[in-house]
Design a protein around this ligand. Structure first.
Ligand SMILES: [Zn+2]
Length: 128
């Protein structure tokens, strides 16, 4: 799937965000190295700690289906500034694909592109 198609899909998925508390809608489209696509939307809960970010929703769906190598994640939100994954999502992305490319868009489609290493340079690893 081409980048433009991933962006279009992210915009569609944004409509599935469940964010009645923050009003911040976020969608993520995750591309595996072999071309599969998984999506996620943020899902909030009245018990705030139970909420899940769009990025982790997408990664967990991919891993559940047997995919662990990711090349790209497209994130879009309804905010004015393109947002980056939170620390928890960066750590989850780092676990599987420390080299992943992050494309993030604001509500008007303005894009910024990063590598995970730029925004999360020293992720946590268990080493012996
Ligand atoms: Zn997050």
């Amino acid at each position: 799937m081409k980048e433009r198609e991933l962006i279009e899909l992210a915009r569609k998925v944004l409509k599935n965000s469940y964010s009645p508390y923050s009003k911040v809608e976020v969608a993520a489209v995750l591309l595996t190295k072999d071309g599969k696509v998984f999506t996620g939307a943020n899902i909030e809960n009245a018990s705030y700690g139970l909420s899940i970010c769009a990025e982790r929703a997408a990664v967990f769906q991919a891993v559940t289906n047997g995919y662990r190598d990711f090349s790209k994640i497209v994130i879009c939100s309804n905010l004015i500034k393109p947002i980056l994954p939170c620390g928890a999502c960066c750590q989850v992305l780092f676990e599987f694909s420390p080299q992943i490319k992050i494309i993030t868009m604001n509500k008007n489609g303005i894009k910024e592109t990063f590598n995970l290493k730029e925004v999360f340079p020293r992720g946590f690893r268990l080493t012996k």
